[in-house]
Design a protein around this ligand. Sequence first.
Ligand SMILES: [Zn+2]
Length: 100
Amino acid sequence: MLTIISEWIYCPVCGNKTRTMIREDTELKNFPLYCPKCKQETIINVQDMKITLAVSKFMYAAAIDNTITAVFQCLSAISVKGFFMLFLRWFLLVAFLYLT
Ligand SMILES: [Zn+2]
């Protein structure tokens, strides 16, 4: 008799059991996992019963770009903005490549 293993997914934020189950043959990509306890939604990937957080490079790059835009909206009066912009972009690019 073939038995399919299945288990509950635990919240990556608070460790609480969620109401979502996976089976050993479940495959999820960018699945929005909702936790009823801490009410957080986490995007996850599931393969071979292994759960990983789905933080794509695209999302990360978009977040960095938003930060740069926000910083330079504050510094818009400074005349050397262009130079700093180049420097900061270079610095963040190096940091980004180093971290990933
Ligand atoms: Zn939670």
